[in-house]
Design a protein around this ligand. Structure first.
Ligand code: RAT
Ligand code: ZN
Length: 439
């Protein structure tokens, strides 16, 4: 890497663009699974077309005779046929999620099929792919060094792949050497939403499965067991729309611990004991439109209260918090918070924010307020193939934004080398996250 000074504005711009385009990113939140986890690894055109973002868009324009009930009774292929017909053939596919499908196909070299709008030819192409080789290929094309999964121990369909009796070893087994290996390009994260929801009912069912007592000690032991099994990079949870934290927080049912107790007496205690950061995902309104729940698309967004995160960061300076907020409205307030608490790291433009216009605005605000100390994006992919388009689209916006700021620096006379640019730009795409995790 050259340490020679970049001599012109054009050279600075080129260095920034080339680095954003070529650098290997760290995707710090996805819903991907390895090929060894069977049907949980989603890929292919029918999965792409039935992504819950597109199902929601489909119902905006589909004839009222296609009810939610009818639609969700169809096979995945039949659902995909309808979405293709209504969102791609009968109108031009210009939304971010629609364009995403086409960018994905283009990146796979399937332009001819895009031109001929030949869905069955695309299906036939996919049928020939070996999932293991395909997964490696997608990560390579997307330029992703590794992606962090979302591993939910409360969901038996997922949990079974990590249980000792299923994976052929004891609880201390290295997960990458067991019956369901995890490739090096995927990392684990332990998702514990029922704690932040104060959903003691779900927790107790899972404590029973592990033969643990239904109390705070049992719950802590449950997290220890799962942390040992999956070796997560961090603990993670999203908050419910009515999230409360503090003395006013009431249990969901009489006799249950409140979410606040589960946070303070279980989550924080275990985070400290195991030295695991906590990734907080704040602002969804789960099940806002129940009709769309079957595809995972029923959730909305609320403007969240930033105070609970402030309280947690303030009270626990020895715990690291990663945070992302779903509402656009919260973004400025949370940038201020991140400036003030050195145990807080902001990441990504989450879900409804993952659109070029909003990524641009958020990245600008974050650069102006946080410099390089944040992670510009995560993909939230549910379907393997999406890694390609989500990162391509994000890189484009991030590149445009960063060029603007490095040019400002150049224009005030700061000398810049290629090496400076590469080091700095990598920070936005995973480097800052690793610096935060290691500090
Ligand atoms: O982006 C999504 O697909 C959402 O449905 C959620 O998965 C969200 O990202 C979450 O992690 O809760
Ligand atoms: Zn997610």
């Amino acid at each position: 890497m050259s340490r020679y000074q970049l001599a012109t504005a054009g050279e600075v711009e080129e260095a920034v663009r080339a680095t954003v385009e070529c650098c290997e990113v760290i995707d710090l939140h996805t819903h991907l699974f390895p090929p060894s986890h069977g049907n949980l690894m989603l890929y292919g055109i029918d999965e792409l077309l039935t992504y819950h973002y597109l199902v929601s868009e489909f119902f905006m324009i589909a004839p009222l005779s296609i009810t939610h009930d009818l639609f969700f009774k169809l096979s995945k292929r039949e659902q995909a046929d309808l979405i293709w017909e209504y969102l791609f053939v009968k109108r031009l596919p210009i939304s971010e999620a629609q364009l995403g499908v086409l960018t994905t196909l283009q990146m796979l070299g399937l332009e001819d099929y895009i031109k001929s709008k030949d869905l069955n030819a695309i299906r036939a192409w996919y049928a020939k792919q070996d999932p293991y080789q395909y997964a490696r290929r997608v990560f390579k094309i997307a330029g992703v060094k590794y992606a962090v999964m979302t591993n939910v121990p409360f969901d038996e369909d997922e949990a079974k792949y990590f249980r000792s009796d299923d994976n052929g070893g004891d609880d201390n087994n290295n997960i990458s050497s067991n019956k369901y290996p995890i490739p090096t390009f995927l990392k684990t994260a332990l998702r514990i939403d029922p704690l932040l929801k104060g959903d003691w009912g779900t927790i107790c069912k899972c404590l029973t499965l592990e033969k643990l007592p239904h109390d705070i000690e049992g719950c802590k032991e449950y997290l220890r067991i799962w942390a040992r099994r999956i070796k997560p990079m961090y603990l993670m949870a999203s908050t419910p729309a009515d999230f409360q934290y503090g003395p006013h927080d009431k249990p969901r049912q009489e006799g249950w611990p409140s979410a606040t107790e589960l946070i303070d007496d279980v989550m924080i205690v275990i985070a400290k004991e195991l030295n695991l950061p906590l990734a907080m995902k704040i602002g969804p309104w789960r099940g806002m439109s129940p009709d769309l729940n079957p595809c995972g698309g029923g959730d909305g967004v609320v403007v969240a209260d930033v105070k609970p995160l402030r309280e947690l960061c303030f009270k626990n300076p020895d715990v690291k918090f990663l945070a992302t907020f779903l509402s656009r409205v919260n973004q400025h307030e949370v940038c201020v918070l991140a400036q003030k608490f050195r145990n807080l790291h902001l990441y990504g433009c989450w879900w409804y924010l993952n659109n070029p216009s909003i990524i641009e605005e958020m990245t600008k605000m974050r650069v102006e307020m946080l410099g390089t100390a944040f992670t510009a994006q995560h993909s939230d992919c549910r379907i393997l193939d999406q890694l390609m388009y989500k990162w391509k689209h994000s890189r484009k916006v991030i590149s445009n934004v960063l060029v603007e700021y490095y040019l400002k620096l150049y224009k005030v006379g700061w000398s810049l080398t290629q090496h400076d640019i590469v080091t700095d730009v990598n920070r936005f795409l995973g480097g800052s996250f690793e610096e935060f995790m290691n500090k």
